[in-house]
Design a protein. Structure first.
Length: 538
């Protein structure tokens, strides 16, 4: 097992072997108000929103129009806009660290053939973690900040996928967690707010170099002792679960290199974009993780990840696409799971997205060849679409009890963010639900729930009754008359058994299955958060 200190000085990654230089850099960033709210105020809403879409021109025009350089403008220009700055402007913006310190840390380099001008070697930007203070996150410059195709060992920064995983993660206070495929360390920063010890792994030594730099730069906000980093975080190099063989964790989070990429004869690791491509055909990497992650979970432990999966053409031409067929087949026996598909795209859309991601469209001949390779690869496996979504897995503490079971949902509309707290409450509700005593429970309708009734003009009864959720996953439930009547009566006065009995007498008409069907609907509404148990029964 390698020491975390081994990643203090990795080629082409910022250095983290001099704590005094890091402290001086943090002091300058703080003094220069290099923070989220200050940047919005400096740029204005329009230029800032454009910057969040990777459109730099409005911000560059604003900075260029200033009568004289400002400290925050210099910092933004260098680290977020791909711009240049003079030695004198850098000296004003970074009085503690200075130009020599910035170069020593690997953050700046001279612009070729431009005497006295410097530009950044890294992207640096503020990020709100679960800690009390903002942190600064260094990563590689993106395609919008530099010319040419991305390097194959590119270290991704704060992207939409990493933010989605952070917002999705349920955050119990636990002893150990694994950040698999840490990249620049974003998930680890969040984990440190509720986990005693984090192990962060990556196949890229450069990524671990960036992670170590970010951890030590933000040690105060993350409550890390910089002289004893390994007390809280261990960095390990290796693929998938190899670096943690034989260990177990209470929580695993992963934004793995799940992008489906056509394989080529004779390719090697240097040919891949390691931040997104795990080197396996199709969705094999995701399937491998789903099968293997439960094996490194402690009893009761959970794993959360983002993933792509292939959706194949059905054998019956008249049947619809079944997106969950692959994920269902991957799950090992005894594992609870919750898959939520957030979108699906065609093979052509998928190819275009990832070719643009690495700026491969700048070379038209290479773009055409790779585009064709994507389509041939998908056609070889009869892939009709590619799904993207969120995955939750749990190794039950008691194998005989699986209250969550296996859920597969497609939710493509906007949901509440962060969604992690809602998912956590839903799982806690399922765990606490005692079917043997359900009849004694008094229920209330959740505050965010509304009802819609639709009926044709002149009709005596509604033809459609919908129950809508305004928070969480914002689901919609189609109700029958009995379940709608039950929900309408959930004001906490009567128990579940009393209400079911009354509805059975009124609507059951001697149907022996009436109460059982109604109870199944009630259980579903409780688990989905439409109905809440009244804690102090009247």
């Amino acid at each position: 097992m390698t020491s975390t200190a081994n990643y203090a000085h990795v080629p082409d990654a910022p250095r983290s072997d001099d704590l005094q230089l890091l402290a001086a850099f943090a002091q300058d960033l703080e003094r220069g108000q290099f923070a989220h709210e200050a940047i919005i105020e400096f740029l204005g809403e329009v230029a800032h929103e454009a910057l969040m879409r990777d459109q730099l021109i409005p911000a560059l025009r604003l900075i260029g129009s200033l009568p004289r350089p400002t400290v925050l403008g210099t910092m933004l220009g260098l680290f977020m806009l791909g711009g240049e700055a003079s030695e004198s402007d850098i000296a004003v913006a970074f009085p503690s660290l200075g130009l020599a310190g910035l170069v020593e840390l690997g953050l700046l380099e001279a612009v070729p053939e431009a005497n006295g001008m410097w530009h950044a070697r890294v992207d640096m930007r503020p990020h709100a973690s679960d800690a009390d203070a903002e942190i600064w996150v260094a990563s590689d410059l993106g395609a919008h900040q530099r010319p040419g195709v991305l390097r194959h060992d590119h270290v991704l920064g704060i992207g939409q996928a990493s933010l989605t995983l952070a917002q999705t993660t349920i955050r119990p206070r636990v002893d150990t967690a694994l950040d698999l495929g840490t990249g620049c360390g974003i998930q680890s920063f969040h984990l440190l707010s509720h986990v005693r010890r984090v192990v962060a792994t990556d196949i890229s030594a450069r990524a671990l170099g960036f992670t170590r730099f970010n951890l030590l730069l933000n040690h105060r906000a993350l409550e890390i002792d910089p002289a004893n980093l390994e007390d809280r975080v261990q960095l390990r190099l290796g693929s998938l679960l190899e670096p943690v063989a034989g260990e177990t964790f209470d929580l695993v989070v992963s934004n793995p290199p799940f992008v489906i990429t056509p394989r080529r004869v004779g390719e090697n690791a240097d040919d891949r974009f390691t931040y997104r491509d795990g080197g396996m055909p199709g969705d094999t990497l995701v399937a491998t993780l789903v099968r293997d992650l439960p094996g490194i979970l402690a009893p009761g432990g959970t794993a959360q990840m983002l993933a792509n999966w292939e959706i194949t053409e059905p054998a019956d031409a008249d049947a619809g696409l079944e997106w969950s067929a692959g994920p269902r087949s991957w799950l090992p026996e005894g594992t609870e799971a919750w898959f939520i598909q957030r979108e699906s795209v065609s093979p052509t859309q998928y190819a275009e997205t990832w070719l643009r991601d690495a700026s491969q469209s700048r070379d038209q001949k290479a773009f055409a060849e790779q585009y064709g390779a994507y389509l041939e690869d998908f056609a070889s496996r009869d892939v009709a679409a590619i799904g993207f979504g969120m995955v939750w897995l749990r190794r039950p503490a008691d194998a005989s009890k699986q209250p969550v079971g296996r859920l597969f949902e497609e939710i493509t509309y906007p949901i509440e963010q962060p969604i992690g707290p809602y998912l956590g409450r839903a799982i806690e509700t399922a765990d606490a639900l005692d079917l043997e005593t359900l009849g004694d429970v008094h229920l209330l309708v959740a505050e965010d729930v509304t009802e819609e009734r639709h009926q044709r003009p002149g009709a005596e009864h509604p033809g459609v009754i919908l129950l809508r959720q305004g928070a969480g996953l914002r689901r919609t439930e189609l109700m029958d008359t009995a379940l709608a009547g039950f929900v309408s009566a959930c004001d906490g006065d009567l128990s579940v058994s009393a209400l079911v009995g009354a509805l059975d007498s009124l609507l059951g008409e001697g149907d022996p299955e009436f109460s059982a069907r109604l109870n199944q609907g009630i259980i579903r509404l409780i688990k989905r958060g439409f109905l809440l148990e009244m804690r102090n029964n009247r």
